[in-house]
Design a protein around this ligand. Structure first.
Ligand code: NAP
Ligand code: MG
Length: 490
């Protein structure tokens, strides 16, 4: 494996923090220290914003195809170093290496490639206004963009944010979650090697309350794009007020996953397990609420619980592992605390609810796949647990299923399993969510808009939507040969 990069990346150089501070980065498999990484605070964020501001005029004026070429090269480099990058991500986050290699790394490359191709294809428009006038609309980059991401999919999420921002001609100050900064720093190294101009991307690893807050408040930042919890999302909006910067929020979720009585049960069992247990359930779009028709509930649950019990939980670096540890001990404790919350309100634990009974995993942040029977109004059915923890509730008819699906404050991902085409489309239209998967779950693609409604935030990542969100419309009026009667008759 390559040496691990552990410094801040500012103006094209890897540097220590101004005050020399650093943070331990742990491997959640055994809580051993992987490295210590430089900790950015306000002064470092200031330097990063200044560097991004200096880089902006040239970067935004560069031919879009040239910006695209650099992103395409980055995609190729990521694929060439896929094994190494997957290992780094697995060690830092706990993602099973199998997923890190086949999902995180490949989707990251695909995302940079998509936006590399997008750079010179995203275009403005000409508006048919009054005769004699030409009105054209250009999509202008915003300037310096601040981006803040959480720890659940650090490699992938930085690509979702940096890909479109850079393609559109913005420069970036990125704050990764301080517990999982390593793959982001590796990407910065690749960018430097490939020839991204200095200052176009700056990485400030640091805590949310210091580095993140300062970035969100910064008057030199034109937009803040945030992925994280709904509570912190609200703080980001507050912090953005000073200079009225644009805000994009990808927040929490409580995905309803509905299994109708006519579903292909085998497919629904498998897909629903993927929906919740992939990445140990640490996904905003996780299908964390199973809503199952009462007629098929026994059969479905029997098979679903059986599958949950059989999932191979273990060392992320073992290629046989299907579920790794949660990403931090703090978070593991938070997830486990919901077992008591479920019981207090009458919920029953069908399987899991504790750390695995395996001495080899005792030092890590492991939680067994957990299935809980609960009422739709229970806290565990309403609050985001963000772990391998799924609630199950039953319904009698489509109206009730819809009512349950729409009964949380969130509206991000959702799924439904049925063979009835008309029911599928009717439900998809009525579910209050940014994304609906029919007979599958958790599909994402760089071309397809990603984001939520309600307390799940606003704005969209991916596709043309992201390019719109990372640009401003500029309307230019040209008097070609319009005859305007004088307004002031002199
Ligand atoms: P979080 O606590 O909201 O943190 C997210 C990021 O914001 C971290 O980098 C964090 O730094 C930073 N931050 C914290 N306080 C801040 C402040 N006052 N100002 C600026 N930045 C601040 O979320 P998390 O617990 O790490 O991540 C899990 C959450 O993310 C879940 O709610 C999940 O649903 C959501 N999520 C949403 C999506 C989506 O696309 N909708 C995708 C994935 C995850 P620290 O590391 O210091 O906390
Ligand atoms: Mg870590």
């Amino acid at each position: 494996m390559k040496p691990i990069q552990n410094k801040l990346f500012i103006s094209g150089k890897f540097v220590d923090a101004c005050d020399g501070a650093s943070i331990d980065v742990l491997n959640p498999h055994d809580n051993s220290v992987i490295t210590r990484v430089a900790e950015a605070k306000a002064a470092d964020v200031d330097l990063a914003v200044q560097a991004a501001a200096r880089a902006f005029p040239k970067w935004s004026a560069m031919a879009a195809a040239e910006r695209g070429k650099l992103l395409l090269k980055l995609a190729d480099r990521i694929e060439a170093e896929a094994d190494d990058l997957a290992r780094l991500e697995a060690m830092d986050t706990g993602h099973p290496i199998r997923d890190a290699r086949q999902i995180d790394v490949l989707r990251t490359a695909a995302c940079y490639r998509y936006f590399g191709g997008m750079a010179d294809k995203f275009q403005g428009s000409v508006v048919p206004v009054e005769p004699g006038f030409l009105n054209y609309v250009q999509r202008m980059p915003i300037g310096v963009v601040g981006q803040i991401v959480p720890w659940n999919f650090p490699l992938m999420f930085t690509s979702w944010k940096m890909g479109p921002a850079l393609a559109a001609g913005n420069t970036v100050v990125m704050k990764p979650a301080e517990i999982t900064p390593l793959s982001t720093l590796r990407i910065a190294e690749m960018m430097a090697e490939i020839g991204f101009p200095e200052g176009v991307v700056n990485i400030v690893v640091g805590y949310g309350a210091t580095a993140g807050q300062h970035l969100a408040e910064h008057p030199g930042v034109g937009k803040i794009a945030f992925t994280g919890s709904t509570a912190v999302g609200r703080r980001i909006v507050e912090a953005s007020k000073g200079n009225l910067k644009r805000v994009q929020l990808e927040l929490g979720g409580k995905g309803a996953n509905i299994v109708f009585e006519d579903a292909d049960i085998a497919a629904a069992v498998n897909g629903s397990a993927w929906a919740i247990f992939h990445n140990q359930g640490q996904a905003c779009i996780a299908g964390s609420r199973l809503v199952v028709h009462e007629r098929v509930a026994d059969e479905f649950l029997d098979r679903f619980v059986g599958l949950a019990k059989s999932i191979r939980v273990g060392d992320p670096l073992d290629p046989e592992t299907e579920m790794g540890p949660l990403t931090s001990a703090l978070h593991r404790d938070r997830v486990l605390s919901y077992v008591g919350v479920a019981r207090d309100q009458g919920g029953s634990i069908l399987t899991g609810g504790k750390a695995p009974n395996n001495a080899g995993l005792a030092a890590g942040c492991y939680v067994e796949p957990t299935v809980v029977r609960a009422k739709p109004t229970d806290r565990v059915s309403q609050e985001e647990v963000f772990g391998p923890f799924v609630t199950v509730t039953t319904f009698r008819n489509d109206d009730e299923a819809l009512q349950i699906a729409n009964s949380t404050e969130y509206g991000l991902g959702s799924g439904l399993w049925t063979r009835d085409l008309s029911r599928a489309h009717k439900m998809a239209a009525a579910i209050r969510a940014g994304m609906v998967w029919i007979n599958s779950y958790k599909r994402v693609n760089p071309g397809s808009p990603f984001g939520g409604v309600g307390q799940s935030g606003y704005g969209r990542e991916m596709g043309f939507e992201a390019m719109h969100d990372y640009t401003e419309a500029k309307s230019v009026w040209v008097n070609v040969d319009a005859v305007i009667p004088p307004h002031f008759k002199r």
